[in-house]
Design a protein around this ligand. Structure first.
Ligand SMILES: [Fe+2]
Length: 355
């Protein structure tokens, strides 16, 4: 059975000291082990068969002195207090050992009552060290469990956010289809504008979040057509000036519709300004150059190309080649020239063959 007695390791080369200390301490209820040198003390501790609650360490010993053993003990066994034993002549050194981590020192000859008291004090100190260590360990475990919880929660939030994004995209698609339902000539137009816009953005090395925003915006760019009379949208022939002015309200109406939904707020400049011209002669704000939101400039190119290559009430579809010529012709006047170049050089128009 394991002993419940407190254990003391006496480290002293003096046989008389070993004997008197052993007898005295055992009488006082301690379990005692003796080492003749610092090295022997270290061997006992490393051997793990005697785990002392306190170590007595003589300063002057052969082989390994107490002064040499102390820093090793402090480093390897920081929770075991060390009491230095010293001759009167070594008092200064003894005081110095306390600075180096000894718990206390006793001057030989040591009175037994003083020895026992000092050891008891050292052991009480060890208990507080152990208690501290236990609390710190508990704290570390608590910290780890918190970190794990935060990690789990972050993951859950990420998944919820991804799900929300999918749902939003579904909603946006449904909204886009409502525009197309009103204007059968534009069937699939929003989806194609989305695909072309995304391809241009990928070639521009735009970051992922902005591309997502661009895709929503491209799908919704004409949402304001909901507010335009069908007679104007589907008119077979050219529009009167008044009708044209009404038609040209669709970017502003679109902005107004989506302004009510927080999620769509970042799309608003794209919706409002997808009909601006690079030279400032577009609508509704006559913005020019880079004052037009980059994503709106991208949607403008994609929208124009798809509109030209689709049949509309007032004209037949242009061939791909003719539409590319037109984009090149309006490079710098209507469109951002860099975007037209990207569109043509990377043959982005070819992605529509599947649609
Ligand atoms: Fe439009």
């Amino acid at each position: 059975m394991k002993s419940s007695k407190n254990k003391v390791l006496i480290t002293d080369d003096d046989k008389a000291v070993q004997k008197t200390f052993s007898i005295g301490l055992e009488k006082a209820g301690f379990e005692v082990k003796v080492a003749g040198t610092g090295k022997e003390a270290l061997d006992i501790l490393r051997g793990n068969y005697f785990a002392p609650d306190c170590i007595m360490l003589d300063i002057r010993m052969p082989e390994m002195t107490g002064l040499e053993a102390l820093p090793i003990l402090r480093e390897k066994f920081p929770l075991i207090p060390v009491i230095m034993l010293t001759a009167l002549t070594d008092l200064e050194i003894a005081v110095d050992t306390m600075r180096k981590g000894a718990f206390d020192y006793l001057t030989k000859p040591v009175r037994m009552i003083e020895l026992v008291e000092t050891i008891k004090k050292a052991i009480r100190y060890r208990w507080t060290l152990l208690e501290n260590e236990r609390l710190m360990q508990e704290n570390r475990e608590y910290q780890r469990s918190l970190e794990k919880k935060v990690e789990e929660r972050t993951r859950e939030l990420f998944l919820a956010y991804e799900k929300l994004k999918t749902t939003n995209l579904e909603t946006v698609k449904v909204l886009a289809e409502t525009i197309e339902a009103k204007d059968p000539y534009t069937r699939g137009h929003c989806q194609r504008v989305r695909l072309i816009s995304r391809e241009i953005a990928v070639n521009l090395d735009i970051e992922k979040e902005k591309i997502e925003l661009l895709e929503y915006s491209a799908l919704l760019h004409d949402i304001g057509k909901i507010g335009i009379p069908e007679a104007i949208l589907n008119k077979d022939g050219s529009l009167s000036e008044e009708e044209r002015n009404i038609f040209r309200m669709h970017p502003v109406i679109g902005e107004r519709i989506l302004n009510n939904v927080e999620f769509f707020k970042p799309c608003l400049p794209v919706i409002r300004n997808h009909h601006e011209w690079f030279n400032g002669s577009g609508y509704p704000d006559q913005l020019e150059g880079e004052k037009i939101h980059l994503l709106a400039r991208i949607v403008a190119v994609a929208d124009a190309f798809d509109a030209m290559t689709s049949t509309r009430p007032y004209r037949m579809a242009l061939s791909k080649e003719k539409a590319i010529d037109e984009l090149a012709r309006y490079r710098e006047t209507q469109f951002d020239p860099q975007l037209v170049d990207i569109f043509i050089e990377n043959e982005i128009y070819s992605i529509l063959s599947e649609y």
